[in-house]
Ligand binder design. Structure first.
Ligand code: GLY
Length: 408
């Protein structure tokens, strides 16, 4: 956002923006207190610096992921699990929000444990994992010491690109001829490729990111802008690149839109517009946003049900926080009345998430911030629970908002 626009926005806050702005110090202080307590409960494997950097203990390393309600214990997962970058990422954002250097030091600790992901080529998630952790580390520490890890990870992610299809394989083994699975979540991992392209000067990463985003735009959404979750692309001679199969994945059905997938698309196409300035991505970001914002099943508080076809069932607070963060950026790009409507919606979502309906009190969810996330309902996994990535994008949205109002 230009300084002029930031000043304009700051000068004419709506009543809801004024309310959120006044609440920010308290939300950040409470969030930092939660994460200090959470970190005290996390028991990392003891590993020497040498073993860590040489990747010897990689298969045993874990990162905080979630909360097990049945045991009241922290859910630690392998550093190769797709969310392992969100926990250190939240610590980075809380350091940014509060200036507390103990949070910074814990962020460094958990970030550096993720280094073995730079050569992990078994799925597309290395983008999430390394850019939320090492990406924020380089930004906030103003250091280039992690750039080699980020660029190496981009190489690894690029190895999942199939030129004949123009797509990155999200799930599955490289070279598998039976299936080629792509999900809208993959849009998020293109940010790492854009970073690596600019950093290394190698246009290949940017070309891969654009090709993947453009093919996904063409195939992964219905005419109304609602997303499918999983597409299986055909690799048979004569059919290469056509859609062979649509799978429900983490959504309710192939005819409805999985809320978090829709949020990944909102955020992902906005990010691709930021990185490339291709107007097609900006137009598409608005199309997928308008689907979500104007959906008849979108609740009044702006936090979607876990699937747009499942009104009355569980909400997914992570879909709300990812969408709010994406919308704040999109609002600035779009401007005018439409941009103001996007921003107002994001502010409504953040006020809802900061309210007792979603924001946790004490240790009710192991000191994660947001209640009521849904990981994978059809898989009977993580239903109505905190999700580390929900917290991450909530904090990111609050910081984006703070930056936009901090000039008055
Ligand atoms: N990327 C996996 C998920 O959103 O659940």
């Amino acid at each position: 956002m230009t300084l002029t626009l930031a000043l304009m926005v700051a000068a004419i806050l709506t009543p809801q923006e004024t309310e959120l702005k006044a609440k920010l110090p308290d939300i950040f202080a409470k969030s930092a207190a939660h994460y200090r307590a959470l970190d005290a409960a996390a028991t990392p494997l003891a590993v020497s610096e040498k073993d860590l950097w040489e990747g010897r203990e990689a298969s045993r390393l874990q990162a905080p992921h979630g909360f097990k309600r049945a045991t009241g214990k922290l859910d630690m997962r392998s550093i190769y699990w797709w969310t392992s970058g969100h926990y250190p990422g939240s610590l980075w954002y809380l350091y940014e929000a509060t200036g507390d250097t103990t949070l910074r030091d814990r962020a460094v600790f958990w970030t550096e444990r993720l280094a073995p992901n730079q050569t992990a080529d078994t799925n597309h998630d290395v983008g999430f994992i390394t850019y939320c952790s090492f990406g924020n580390a380089r930004r906030l520490l103003k250091t280039d010491k992690y750039d080699a890890i980020l660029c190496k990870t981009a190489e690894t992610l690029a190895s999942r690109y199939e030129p004949a299809l123009g797509l990155i394989r999200s799930w599955g083994r490289i070279g598998d001829k039976k299936s080629f699975l792509v999900i809208p979540d993959n849009m998020m991992n293109l940010e790492l490729l854009e970073f690596a392209s600019k950093k290394s000067g190698d246009p290949r990463f940017d070309k891969i990111a654009r090709s993947h985003a453009t093919k996904t735009m063409a195939n992964h959404f219905r005419d109304d802008g609602g997303t499918y979750h999983v597409l299986n692309y055909d690799q048979r001679p004569g059919f290469v690149g056509s859609v062979q199969e649509i799978r429900r994945g983490q959504g309710l059905s192939c005819r409805t839109a999985w809320s978090r997938g829709q949020s990944w698309a909102i955020y992902g196409y906005t990010m691709m517009y930021r990185e490339t300035r291709d107007p097609a991505y900006l137009a598409f970001a608005q199309k997928v946003t308008d689907y979500a914002m104007n959906h008849p099943n979108m609740p009044e508080d702006g936090i979607p049900y876990w699937d747009f076809g499942a009104p009355g069932e569980e909400r997914d607070s992570s879909a709300g926080s990812i969408m709010a963060s994406g919308l704040l950026e999109l609002a600035d790009f779009v401007g005018g009345e439409k941009g103001a409507a996007y921003r107002a919606f994001a502010v409504r979502q953040m006020l809802s998430l900061a309210s007792p309906a979603y924001f946790s009190e004490g240790d009710e969810i192991g000191h994660f911030l947001l209640k009521h996330g849904v990981g994978h309902k059809p898989g009977a996994s993580e239903i109505d629970t905190p999700l580390d990535y929900g917290d991450y994008y909530f904090l990111e949205a609050l910081l984006r908002f703070r930056n936009s109002v901090s000039k008055d």
